[in-house]
Ligand binder design. Structure first.
Ligand code: 0XW
Ligand code: MG
Length: 368
C-alpha cells in the first residue's frame, strides 16, 4: 500500500456563543488545518491541527499548512502503515513544526487502523475502557459565576473540573478557587489553570492562602525555569501544560521532578506516536495527565479519545474536547461527543470517523 495523494484544507471553526476566554486571550473563530492522506488502495486517512489562536502556543495556523506542504512530497509513495519510516521522512523534510507533523501522523494512524480493521486506540496499546472521562474548563469568571458554572457541570456528571485563572487581581482568583472548590463533591479534582499568566509572587501567595485546599496549579508561570525557582515554596502540586513543548521538555520535567502531572496536547507534542511514548513515560513515574488538544474538530477529538482510552484510569486526568463550543461535526454520526461528562470511544476502525468526500471544499494544496 502506498500514499498516492495528500490534500491540505483550511477550515474555520467558529466558537458557538460567547468567545472562549483564557487569562490573556479570547478567541471566536479558530483556523483549523485538515490533512487528507489517500492511498493507492482507496483508503482516506484524516488528520488535523488547530491552535487555539496565535498566542496560546508557538504553533501558527497558517504555518501549519506551509509545513504540511513542505513535508507532503516526501511522503508520496511511502507505505502509510510504516509510521516510524514516515516520521523519519517527515523529519528529513522539515525540522520542528510538531503541529503539522501531528496532523500527518494522525492520518497515518487512521489509515493503518482502517487497513488492519482495528481502532487506533487498540493499535496504541489497547483501550482500557470504552468510555473516557472528560473535564470542563470554566472560564475566568467572577467568583460567584464560576461557582454557578461549577455546580451545573458537576450536576451534568463531569468527573473533574478545570478553572481558568489569571489576568486579574490574585485575590479574585483566590476567592474564585475557594468558591468553585466548595461546590465539588468530596474527592473531585480541580485544576486552576493560569495559562502562564501568574507571576512568582502571586503563585507563592495563592499557594499559601489556599494551603487547606487540594487544588492543582496548572501551568501557573510562563516557563519551567520560573516554576523551578519557586517550587520549594509551594504547598500544591504543579501540572505542566504549555511548557511541555516537545518530548525533550517532557523528559526534562520527569528527570527533574518538576512536574506532578501534565496537561498534554497531541499536536504540540507531535502526534499520537509521541503521545504513546509520553503516556508510557508518565506511567513509569506515576504521573497523571490529560490527553487533549488546544482546539480542533472531530478529527482531533477522535485522536484525543483514542490515546485517552489507553491511559491507566488512575493516571487519567481526562480528555478535553472543544466539542461543546463547536456548532458542527465533520461526521455527525460518529464524531465524539461529551455526554454526562464522559466520551464514548468510537467503535469503527482507524479513528472511527466517516467523512464525506468534499466535506472541506477545495484543498489549499494538493500533492501526488
Ligand atoms: C482547557 N484546554 C485544554 C483547552 C484550551 O485550549 C486550553 C487548554 C488548557 O488546559 O490550557
Ligand atoms: Mg492548561
Amino acid at each position: 500500500m502506498r500514499i498516492a495523494e495528500i490534500h491540505v484544507y483550511q477550515h474555520d471553526l467558529p466558537v458557538a456563543g460567547a468567545a472562549y476566554r483564557m487569562s490573556h486571550s479570547a478567541v471566536s473563530v479558530l483556523d483549523s488545518t485538515i490533512v487528507e492522506v489517500v492511498t493507492d488502495t482507496g483508503l482516506h486517512g484524516w488528520g488535523e491541527t488547530c491552535p487555539v489562536g496565535p498566542v496560546y502556543a508557538p504553533e501558527h495556523a497558517t504555518g501549519a499548512r506551509a509545513a504540511v506542504s513542505q513535508m507532503a512530497p516526501a511522503l508520496i509513495g511511502a507505505d502509510p502503515r510504516r509510521i516510524e519510516s514516515c516520521r523519519t521522512l517527515m523529519e528529513t523534510a522539515l525540522n520542528g513544526h510538531n503541529g503539522a507533523k501531528a496532523a500527518l501522523d494522525m492520518a497515518l494512524w487512521d489509515i493503518t487502523g482502517q487497513a488492519y480493521g482495528a481502532r487506533v486506540c487498540d493499535l496504541l496499546g489497547g483501550a482500557v475502557r470504552e468510555s473516557v472521562p472528560s473535564y470542563y474548563a470554566i472560564g475566568p469568571l467572577p467568583p460567584d459565576e464560576a461557582a454557578r458554572v461549577a455546580r451545573e457541570r458537576v450536576a451534568q456528571g463531569y468527573p473533574r473540573l478545570q478553572m481558568k485563572v489569571g489576568g486579574r487581581p490574585i485575590d479574585e482568583d483566590i476567592e474564585a478557587i475557594r468558591k468553585v472548590f466548595a461546590c465539588l463533591p468530596r474527592g473531585m479534582r480541580l485544576a486552576a489553570d493560569a495559562n502562564r499568566s501568574w507571576n512568582a509572587r502571586d503563585l507563592v501567595f495563592a499557594s499559601s492562602r489556599l494551603r487547606d485546599l487540594p487544588v492543582i496549579f496548572e501551568q501557573p508561570l510562563n516557563s519551567l525555569e520560573e516554576i523551578a525557582a519557586v517550587r520549594p515554596m509551594l504547598s500544591h502540586p504543579v501540572y505542566v501544560d504549555e511548557s511541555s513543548v516537545d518530548l525533550g521538555a517532557l523528559v526534562r520535567c520527569l528527570a527533574s521532578g518538576l512536574a506532578d502531572g501534565f496537561g498534554l496536547k497531541v499536536t504540540r507534542l507531535g502526534g499520537l506516536s509521541v503521545m504513546r511514548t509520553v503516556r508510557d513515560l508518565c506511567a513509569l513515574r506515576s504521573l497523571p495527565h490529560t490527553c487533549d488538544d488546544s482546539w480542533g474538530g472531530d478529527i482531533i477529538a477522535a485522536a484525543c479519545v483514542a490515546i485517552g482510552a489507553t491511559v491507566r484510569p488512575e493516571l487519567s486526568e481526562g480528555v478535553w474536547l472543544a466539542e461543546p463550543y463547536i456548532a458542527e461535526h465533520y461526521d455527525p454520526v460518529n464524531g465524539p461527543r461529551i455526554e454526562g461528562g464522559w466520551i464514548r470511544v468510537p467503535s469503527g476502525p482507524g479513528l472511527g470517523l466517516s467523512i464525506e468526500p468534499g466535506r472541506f471544499g477545495a484543498p489549499a494544496a494538493s500533492f501526488g
